[in-house]
Design a binder for this molecule. Structure first.
Ligand code: 5AD
Ligand code: FES
Length: 380
């Protein structure tokens, strides 16, 4: 009798203090205060359905206050699947001999942009593996070509790690934004996802260089990548809070059959949605995509992402004949849909969650406290 009374008191005491810590974390998050790594960790570990839905509701409200009900489209042109890297998670890693490698010409890339423009896209994302055939001068030509034909559009690059001089030349040629997911903010975790010759420090260095040049920069990570725990995710959130990327791409890890991670479990919908909401609250102006990977693990994943605080969708503009060769993970969606089909599909999907597609470049709102800021911390 006495025993049970004591343990009950102990349990409720413990619960009380846990809830209190959690409550404090949520209050800090909602009031725009910085959280420590430990607080981010607690937030992730102690999340419940109820806290996730409260945070999602607040994230939606913040998004609405900054961007209204607009969803911005980014048309992705996957122009080359040749890659010199060998990331353990990625389907187009150089060791995968089952992939037929392809490269698109400037004219083919422009064709993709035309199809995207027709359906209201005003940002084109040029994405590829790290392919040395696309030298600075080849890329400058392509960027200038797009800018000339579509002066009202933004060009986003997603070409991996290059040197600063190269980033500068591409920026001078007219590129506006650059996506380079940091993949993980923990150096030890980074080593478990990449071969030895790839460097965490170099990747981070690139992000700071891009920022310095003047690009709008996108960071991001996979959710549920192998060896990731709440601690690594907390580190990611802490990095995002520090670096303040203009864009943040997060989606679930999904295993690919021809990679060393083929038997690893995929990341979850629930955790991805939770993190989307937390990131929206850390950085209310951030441009946050509901990724294709999210749409792959759940048929309404992208809609759910929008309800969790995302405000960007990135439909595929690559020619259908090469899409199957750009499979970063298994069962990627929209493999056979032409631009027009995707456009109509996305339009309808967004309407079901009270959002509408904006025919707009979808630049980051800078009128608030962001104007003129650089990151808070700089790596040497
Ligand atoms: N599952 C989910 N996302 C992946 N990416 C690469 N491979 C996978 C995978 N198996 C993501 C990486 C990369 C982006 C282009 O795609 O985060 O930066
Ligand atoms: Fe491509 Fe639905 S978004 S078919």
């Amino acid at each position: 009798m006495l025993d049970s009374g004591v343990s009950q008191a102990h349990i409720s005491g413990k619960n009380f203090s846990m809830n209190n810590d959690m409550k404090q974390c949520i209050e800090k998050l909602l009031s725009g205060e910085r959280l420590t790594r430990e607080e981010f960790c607690l937030l992730i570990q102690e999340r419940t359905k109820e806290t996730a839905s409260k945070i999602a509701e607040e994230a939606r409200r913040r998004k609405q206050a900054v961007y209204g009900d607009s969803i911005f489209l980014r048309g992705i042109v996957e122009f080359s699947n040749v890659c010199k890297n060998d990331c353990y998670y990625c389907g187009i890693r150089k060791s995968n001999e089952h992939v037929r490698r392809y490269r698109l010409s400037k004219e083919e890339i422009l064709q993709c942009c035309r199809a995207g423009y027709e359906i209201g896209m005003r940002t084109f994302v040029l994405q590829s593996g790290e392919d040395g055939a696309y030298t600075d001068s080849v890329l400058e030509e392509i960027i200038r070509g797009i800018k000339k034909e579509f002066p009202d559009c933004a060009v986003t690059l997603s070409l991996g790690e290059r040197d600063k001089d190269s980033y500068q030349r591409l920026y001078d040629a007219g590129a506006d934004r650059y996506l380079l997911r940091h993949e993980t903010a923990d150096p030890e975790h980074y080593r478990k996802l990449h071969p030895e010759y790839m460097s965490f420090e170099h990747r981070m260095h690139c992000l700071y260089e891009l920022r310095e040049i003047g690009y709008d920069v996108g960071a991001g990570m996979m959710v549920g990548s192998p060896y990731q725990t709440e601690r690594e995710l907390a580190e990611d959130l802490y990095f995002i809070q520090d670096f303040r990327p203009e864009m943040c791409g997060i989606g679930p890890f999904i295993p690919h059959r021809d990679t060393p991670f083929r038997d690893q479990p995929a990341g979850t919908l629930e955790m991805t949605l939770f993190l989307l909401s937390v990131i929206r609250l850390i950085e209310p102006e951030v441009l946050l995509p509901a990724t294709t990977a999210l749409g792959t693990i759940d048929p309404r994943g992208r809609e759910k992402g929008v309800l969790a605080g995302a405000n960007v969708i990135m439909p595929n503009l690559s020619p259908v004949r090469v899409r199957h060769q750009y499979e970063l993970y298994d069962n990627k969606i929209c493999m056979d849909d032409e631009a027009g089909q995707c456009g109509a599909c996305i339009e309808l999907r967004m309407r079901t969650v009270g959002s509408r597609i904006a025919v707009d470049r979808g630049d980051i709102r800078r009128d608030g406290f962001r104007s003129g800021i650089l990151c808070r911390k700089k790596l040497e």
